[in-house]
Design a protein around this ligand. Sequence first.
Ligand SMILES: [Zn+2]
Length: 616
Amino acid sequence: MGDTAKGTAERTLNYPEPVRRQLQIYAIDPMVARLSGSETVTISVPYEPLQPGPAGELLQVIDFDASADCYYEPVDLEDRRILLTDGLPPSERDPRFHQQMVYAVVSALLENFERGLGRRLRWRGDKRLRAFPHAFRGPNARFDPDNDGSILFGYFRADRRDPGRNLPGQNVFTCLSHDIIVHEATHALVHRLRERYKDPTNLDVYAFHEGFADVVALFQHFTLPDLLARHIQQNRTDLTARSPLVELAEQFGEGSGSGRALRSAMGAAPDPMALARTFEPHGRGSIMVAAVFDAFFSVYQRSIADLLRIATSGTGVLPEGALHPDLVARVAAEARATAQRMLTLCIRSFQFLPPVDVTMGAFLRSAVTADRNLYPADESGLRGALVEAFRRRGIYPDDITSLSEEALLWPEVSGRALPPIPGDVVDYVVQETAAGLQESRGVLEDAPGARRRETKADLDRRRRANAEAAAQLSAYARKNAGALGLDPDLKIRVEGFNASFLSGSRGRVRVEVVIRLVQSAPEELHEKFGPRLGGVPLRGGCTVVADGTGEVRYVVSRAVPCAAGRGPLAEAGQARLAATLGFVDAVTGHDAFGPWADPKERVTSTLNFARIDGGW
Ligand SMILES: [Zn+2]
């Protein structure tokens, strides 16, 4: 008998680890799912062993309801009864399904980010991303930058008089909206990649946060099976026709009494003056969203032109009646591929974005530079379309002379302006990244492997090695402060460093080492302008991009604000101080609550994510 038991155990151990996990979710949200007649879609996410919650390696779902002061029973996705059915079936009433949907949608998002960034994200233990599906009662959801970027979902009763296509007074759960989940989780990811973007230092910082979160939420629609094919069939390949595919959070928008989707991929007709009069972050961000989608639509249109010619024998006029399913499938494949390319391009901008004080112009420059390094020829026309769409909306970087691609690229560091990054550090980060990618091959290929469990000894070793690398980088930065656009007299903080393996056209693989350095303006400056700044910090810094040998290729910097001095660096610092003060003065005048707030936090207590994410 003992032999039999032993034999069973061995056989169990010999099963290969699964690669993917299938999970059911609502297509977009319960209302859209109901109206479209297909309640459920099943999505595939990378497999990892899970604790009840679900709690995995990067993400932990915690179902504590602060309004009701209780925990809901956590779902156990390893239970064989629900493993057999691809998770629990969609249910508005079962909180365990809500937990599953949050886990599934955020996991798909994390995979997209890892693929775009060319590396594994490494958050372990208490550094994991935390999501609370029923955090509070209220028609809202938000991420909390002061709490490691936790994401909090509210729930509320639909408007009694104007519930849209919801039942009056029915419960609407923001954690069941695909778009709200992706939007909030993207905020949290942006926060982890660039934590200083929580400081409103210019009009674009929050607009970028909001716009980027919407861009990612919309592009992730194109990965949902069926939704895309149905849209293409119904609208005869026109992706700009209104439908859940290109609208954000329809149920939330209608349930909260606004009568429509909250936001959409399509803005009004491009108006180069709109930017100058739009200050509210969501509104300003939606101009960026419209620009990115405009570019996507035009590239998509070009990519299916040949298919349409074949399907119409060259007339371009599609026959009456339903489209041939083969045509729909091919067109959908083009749309999906173009959407994935555009999403990846947007995510890759993070290789170059400055550590503080982002602008939409800096986003454009970073996206163009990142893409050009991998696809020098722009064969798909993605970059050209993006630049044109931004131009039509008046989104220009403020520091370039023309909108040619050459002018938009961040300038390359010339010759020997900077010595290479210390070899030990480069070897260490490149090896760590390579090891991480081998654990899950999915970042470079479409067949991700299982995630390896990490022991405490592994973690301790990495922590020590990280501290050592940071110390070396800090010494490097001090020695080369001037050439890095930093102030040699101020403390330099190494905010983060990593390597990426990026693949581009013709099998091109590029290794990039990215380092973020940040400085705080001198104390005297904070003292002098503190009352006027109302909590907005004065910081500068740079993102250093080196190749796999440590050779520095790019330095994208924002000068640390300063009040005096000569030379290009001091002048850039003075310009930044003036710009920050000008921005703060402008928003102070606009906020009715300003005068009542604690003067030390006059601006940051009214302009922060808890307040502005009212429209999430
Ligand atoms: Zn938001």
